[in-house]
Write a protein that binds this ligand. Structure first.
Ligand code: PLP
Length: 367
């Protein structure tokens, strides 16, 4: 194996060099942002700069941004706040929602992986008004962009509050909290070239979020715990950089399409979500005739990082729950494959991936 190829940016994206420099610089400083002395005030400045940076990308006031440890925490916080009430969430939400321990009803999706608006309207008109409706901005496996603004309007008319897990859409295409019409947005830094273990919950004016972590008075008493100052500073810079270069991200679409055209020369390959708007870096396909783990391992042995779906289900032999929701029937000889490009993925890397696929295809599928 001469070179490693990373095609798993939806699991975690490569951190931006400028972000690394800033994080290292801030880690070299000392000071708890809650301390009133000058060291503490410098740490506080770092956090407030990042808060303004993230707020600007979503056109919200800085006070509407609450930093946390990432989207798993953000999603859990939102859902815990509605525990025991009627919650509707799309059937393709991330495991951090599906498995957060709060009961919810799932809204079906079409075979293209888009929330089924007719089914959603029926759910709204049957039973009590939901307290919360949650639909992700873009799906982590298929990249399919969801009609969040439309869903939010219907949900609001029915008296519900609205949440969108924006992890896979943020920094990739343009939207604001207001353009989506939601009360809560949850974000994660490590999908946009920021550090792992940091994210934010963005709230609409006047919304009081559930307090998951009690204790300290940090984040305006909304999230206890000493802030990850270096991580937050890195997130702020990554957010600013990602949201000022959407065209760069869009340009990945041509590389992604090149991969799909090449992989689909095999009749055993089916690509999902290609007929609907998708994030430019993501391709999700199934391959008939090979088990999931065999395919992933074969790519790994060639030095290629891809996944079977969400990072949490990678390596699992079960069919991804997203494909299940899209009506794909589980089969031990049906592998799912997510290829997700990063902003620095090159044409040469794409050609290398295609060549490796040709080799694996001959060996595993005898084609
Ligand atoms: N939501 C979605 C759609 C994701 O893709 C991820 C990351 O895999 C998460 C939530 C969890 O984010 P974090 O790793 O910041 O907890």
């Amino acid at each position: 194996m001469d070179k490693k190829l990373y095609f798993d940016a939806n699991a975690t994206a490569r951190i931006r060099p400028e972000v690394i420099s800033l994080v290292v610089e801030v880690m070299g400083e000392v000071g708890n942002a809650s301390s009133p002395h000058s060291f503490g005030r410098e740490a506080r400045k770092r956090i407030e700069t990042a808060r303004r940076q993230v707020a600007a990308t979503l056109n919200v006031d800085a006070q509407q941004v609450i930093f946390n440890s990432g989207a798993t925490e953000g999603n859990t916080t939102v859902f815990k706040g509605f525990e025991g009430k009627r919650i509707l969430a799309s059937a393709i939400e991330h495991p951090s929602i599906m498995d957060c321990g709060v009961a919810l009803e799932t809204i079906p999706v079409t075979s293209d992986g888009v929330v089924d608006l007719d089914a959603f309207k029926k759910m709204l008109s049957s039973g009590p008004s939901p307290a919360l409706v949650s639909v992700m901005t873009a799906n982590n496996e298929t990249g399919v962009i969801q009609p969040v603004a439309e869903i939010a309007k219907l949900a609001k008319d029915a008296g519900a509050m609205v949440h969108s897990d924006a992890v896979q859409g943020y920094g990739r295409f343009a939207f604001t909290r207001e353009s989506l019409g939601v009360d809560f947005l949850t974000l994660s830094a490590h999908k946009i070239g920021g550090p792992q273990g940091v994210g934010a919950m963005v709230i609409a004016p006047g919304v009081t979020p559930y307090k998951l972590l009690q204790g300290g008075g940090q984040e305006r008493r909304q999230r206890g715990g000493t802030e990850n100052v270096a991580g937050i500073a890195g997130f702020g810079l990554a957010a600013e950089m990602a949201c000022s270069s959407f065209e760069k991200f869009q340009s990945l679409g041509a590389l992604r399409d090149r991969i799909e055209v090449h992989f689909q020369t095999s009749p055993r390959v089916t690509v999902y979500g290609a007929n609907v708007p998708r994030t430019a870096n993501t391709s999700f396909m199934t391959i008939k005739g090979v088990p999931n783990d065999t395919l992933l391992m074969a790519f790994d042995l060639e030095g290629v990082a891809v996944s079977a779906g969400s990072a949490c289900s990678s390596g699992s032999t079960r069919l991804s729950n997203v494909l299940g929701a899209m009506g794909v029937v589980s089969d031990p000889l049906l592998a799912s494959l997510r290829i997700s490009l990063g902003i620095n993925t090159t044409e040469k890397e794409v050609e290398e991936l295609c060549a490796i696929w040709d080799k694996l295809r001959a060996r595993l599928l005898k084609e």
